[in-house]
Design a protein around this ligand. Structure first.
Ligand SMILES: O=C(O)c1ccccc1N[C@@H]1O[C@H](COP(=O)(O)O)[C@@H](O)[C@H]1O
Length: 207
């Protein structure tokens, strides 16, 4: 199971998350976000942690040209796509990068069948307001949670183990419960989040 720490806006926080044992760092390029980062800073932060840590560019309602331009400039290794997009858009993007396709539970029935079994697109379930810190109803999702999907939405050190126990996601992702303020990480929360997630999944983590 993979652990992603999202909303990285500095080299300092990239190193913090990597040293805590995160498998992936998220860089948010959606202009509406309070965690917006430039491609230049994301590139520098990504280089600072080395190739073993995935660097994920996060986008919301942005055109294909913009996503590809920023991803190339930031040298990300994968992209995360929020908001309504067409199948063609995702297919074209998946030719360049592994894609985390973010869906709300309400979209699941309609969209998940389209992407099941397509190797370069992985589903992630998130709350309707990305970055809002609102957990999903894990018990209610149990029967529909797609095998191999990731989980986000209000995860933090206190609840991630329970979410993993209930849904068994292939990856977990969090941002707002790991911050002292938007865009600035809380070191204790980051370390505790990675530790709790890895422990719940029976994996080792840095001491
Ligand atoms: O966090 C944001 O500002 C954001 C903006 C636009 C798209 C995605 C964003 N964040 C993503 O939100 C989820 C979970 O956030 P939280 O833990 O509930 O606060 C996560 O996937 C982030 O990548």
């Amino acid at each position: 199971m993979k652990v992603k720490v999202c909303g990285t806006t500095s080299v300092h926080d990239a190193l913090l998350s990597a040293e805590a044992g995160a498998d992936a760092l998220g860089f948010i390029f959606a202009p509406v976000s309070r965690r917006l980062v430039t491609a230049g800073v994301a590139r520098e932060a990504g280089l600072s942690v080395g190739p073993a840590v995935a660097r994920v560019g996060v986008f919301l309602n942005q055109g294909l040209d913009e996503v590809l331009r920023l991803s190339e400039a930031a040298r990300v290794s994968a992209v995360q796509i929020h908001g309504p997009v067409s199948s063609l858009y995702l297919e074209q993007l998946a030719a360049y990068y592994p894609v985390l396709r973010v869906l709300r539970p309400a979209d699941l029935a309609q969209e998940q069948g389209v992407w099941r079994g397509r190797g370069r697109v992985t589903l992630m379930l998130d709350a309707p307001e990305p970055g809002g810190g609102q957990p999903l109803d894990w018990a209610g999702l149990r029967t529909q949670f797609p095998a191999g999907a990731w989980l986000a939405g209000g995860l933090g050190p206190q609840n991630v183990a329970e979410a993993i126990r209930v849904l068994g996601p292939a990856g977990v992702d969090a941002v707002s419960r790991l911050e002292v303020q938007p865009g600035v990480k809380n070191p204790d929360a980051v370390r505790a989040f990675v530790r709790a997630a890895k422990q719940a999944a029976g994996q080792s983590y840095p001491q």
